[in-house]
Design a protein around this ligand. Structure first.
Ligand code: ADP
Ligand code: MG
Length: 243
């Protein structure tokens, strides 16, 4: 479904991504873990060209995109099939919950308003926020706001959803509802890439876990493989600090 080949990205003198390779199969949940500052967010942003990689190839289903030759139309196609969920929700503050969810349907997918509302209501049901449809984000808890953001991601019916530490800015008691929703999507075979610090969640939900360090994926495997038989000292150091 999604394949990254030798993705490089630097900001000025700072080389952030150092030839990342990653493959995510259809219906697979891939967790990305690793120390902060190692390029995890940058990698996700490169996957849907919120940041333009300097070099490398992104293959998403039928799309095959090379950083050197990519066109505006290809970026548009890529964005239509990928959705991003951020740590800080990034909802439109002056739009209601329902408006937030259908915004991209109307603007990007050019879906007619009534049809978009129909789809939006189905999604609200799925994320458990039907009764909040006319409420503005400021009136919601962090967990509810993040569920709206996930609903907004679902609205475009993406081929893959990219999550950047979706629970990091939530109070501990609100983390569960967001993780439950992500688990539900996993059961429905949604393809997802999740940058997370929640190791127990990564163990429970991710089919594969990739460990990133110094702008590269340095090891990858099932959570058992990665957590139990750690031979790489950088990984064991990282994991021991968390537990
Ligand atoms: P992570 O998500 O793993 O913590 P990031 O991808 O956010 O890491 O950042 C990796 C490095 O790139 C950091 O040193 C960060 O300061 C730098 N960086 C990220 N975005 C930018 C940017 N837009 N301009 C300059 N430096 C950036
Ligand atoms: Mg980050």
């Amino acid at each position: 479904m999604l394949k990254l080949k030798k993705i490089y990205k630097s900001f000025g003198d700072l080389q952030v991504l150092n030839g990342v390779n990653l493959e995510v199969k259809q219906g697979e949940v891939k967790a990305i873990i690793g120390p902060s500052g190692t390029g995890k967010s940058t990698l996700l942003r490169c996957i849907n060209y919120l940041e333009k990689p300097d070099e490398g190839e992104i293959i998403l289903d039928q799309l095959q995109l090379n950083a050197k030759t990519i066109t505006k139309k290809e970026i548009y196609e890529l964005r239509k099939s990928t959705a991003m969920v951020f740590q800080s929700f990034n909802l439109f503050k002056n739009k209601t919950v329902l408006e937030n969810i259908i915004e991209s349907l109307v603007l990007i997918k050019k879906v007619e308003k009534n049809k978009a509302i129909e789809v939006g209501m189905d999604i609200l049901k799925k994320v458990g926020l039907e009764e909040k449809k006319n409420v503005y984000p400021a009136k919601l808890s962090g967990g509810q706001q993040q569920r709206v953001a996930i609903g907004r991601a679902l609205a475009i019916n993406p081929k893959v959803i990219l999550f950047d530490e979706p629970t990091s800015s939530l109070d501990p008691e609100l983390v569960g509802e967001v993780l439950e929703l992500i688990k539900k999507l996993a059961k429905e075979n949604m393809t997802m890439v999740i940058v997370t610090h929640e190791m127990s969640f990564a163990k429970e939900v991710a089919d594969k876990v990739a460990f990133m360090d110094d702008g590269k994926v340095i090891q990858e495997g099932t959570s058992e493989e990665l957590f139990s038989s750690v031979t790489n000292p950088r990984i064991s150091k990282f994991i021991s600090r968390l537990s």
